[in-house]
Design a protein around this ligand. Structure first.
Ligand SMILES: Nc1ncnc2c1ncn2[C@@H]1O[C@H](COP(=O)(O)OP(=O)(O)OP(=O)(O)O)[C@@H](O)[C@H]1O
Ligand SMILES: [Mg+2]
Ligand SMILES: [Zn+2]
Length: 347
């Protein structure tokens, strides 16, 4: 799997530029904080960075002001293979109660076996129960000299303020497009792929701001021997988006639903499709409102129609998460859109 094979192993390999700078500063600082909170969307490098931290702090070959782990001493290697006794990872999604937290805290009373620090990584930290957080609070406030806590979460708002205020926060945010592109290029170079910039940009654009998702797409695409941007577009399900919007503009209800059914049969991605149409509609709206854009698109849809369509599509976008049938939210949105038009005609 590309995303595991190319998981960053050094600070330099963290493609998330803001995080890289923050991590460098932290590792170079004289007074190392003992509790960290890594906040960010899925697949932005929280777990990877936590492991790099653990290695950098316990590497046997680190000298002076070095911040990078060597990645070949016993400590680095055993951390990488998750067999290092002084790095304790807890997945709070499945171990969330007070008992689990208590046994974790007990571990902090032991001295490290072979490194300088015991590093406690708590993934999905927001899942910990209220009691669990209370038990953790005191330890976070005064952690033993040899313990480092790294809490990782995708949901900052679900963490108690008391916990947040005791940690140094590192914001991973969303993956930025240019950072994701540089990761893709790094992988591409190692795998001898010959894709051009626009190919990588298009993948980054469709990766849901996640490095992991982007790496997965690149792997699939290279396995399927997809070579051109055109082929990539078809693979990502973008192909024909203008098509669908053109059909909607003509208010051809039957053609619309036939198109969607075909798109669905061909394994098209509805999330990408809705995103693309929304982007297109927004541009139409801005142009109609007199904003000067390089795009010289025109549409026969009126401003109220565009705004209604945007609202309906945004609702259907939300519904994608819970729908048992992927095409249904879009179909429903368009049924409502056409109903609105017809009732107006009648009145
Ligand atoms: N900043 C990054 N630079 C390069 N690759 C990255 C970066 N972040 C993530 N990746 C890629 O995505 C994969 C997943 O990253 P990681 O597990 O660290 O993310 P995470 O933030 O912990 O995600 P989750 O919230 O889903 O646990 C890595 O194996 C790596 O391939
Ligand atoms: Mg993780
Ligand atoms: Zn090392």
């Amino acid at each position: 799997m590309f995303y595991l094979k190319y998981r960053p192993k050094t600070v330099a390999e963290i493609d998330n530029s803001r995080v890289k700078e923050t991590v460098k500063k932290i590792l170079a600082s004289k007074n190392l904080p003992h509790a960290f909170l890594f906040v960010g969307q899925k697949g932005t490098g929280k777990t990877s960075t936590a492991r790099i931290f653990a290695k950098a702090l316990n590497c046997l070959n680190k000298k002076g002001l070095d911040i990078e782990p060597c990645n070949h001493c016993v400590n680095c290697l055993s951390i990488a293979s998750s067999s290092y006794t002084d790095v304790i990872e807890m997945d709070a999604a499945s171990n969330r109660g007070i008992e689990e937290v208590k046994s974790l805290i007990k571990e902090t009373s032991f001295l490290p076996m072979s490194g300088r620090y015991r590093v406690f990584i708590i993934d999905e930290a927001h899942m910990i129960t209220g009691d669990g957080f209370n038990a953790l609070l005191k330890t976070l406030e005064e952690p033993p000299e040899t313990s480092i806590f790294i809490l990782a979460t995708t949901n900052l708002e679900k963490l108690p303020k008391t916990i947040i205020s005791r940690c140094v926060k590192v914001n991973f945010g969303k993956g930025l497009k240019q950072d994701i592109v540089s990761m893709l290029k790094r992988i591409g170079a190692h795998e001898n792929l010959t894709y051009q910039n626009d190919f990588y940009s298009l993948i980054a654009h469709h990766s849901d701001y996640s490095f992991r998702d982007a790496a997965k797409i690149l792997e699939e695409v290279s396995m399927q021997k997809i070579k051109t941007v055109d082929e990539l577009e078809a693979f990502l399900g973008i192909r024909g988006k203008n098509n669908l919007l053109e059909i909607i503009e003509k208010k051809d209800s039957k053609k619309t639903f036939v198109w969607i059914e075909e798109f669905s049969q061909n394994g098209g991605n509805f999330k990408n499709l809705i995103e693309d149409i929304l982007e297109e509609l927004r541009i139409h709206l801005l142009i109609k409102k007199g904003v000067n854009l390089e795009d010289e698109k025109t549409t026969t849809l009126t401003v109220p129609e565009i705004s209604r369509l945007i609202k309906l599509l945004m609702e259907s976008y939300q519904l994608l998460r819970s729908t048992p049938i992927e095409s249904l939210p879009l179909e429903l949105a368009l049924v409502e859109f056409y109903n609105g038009i017809n009732s107006k005609v009648k009145n």
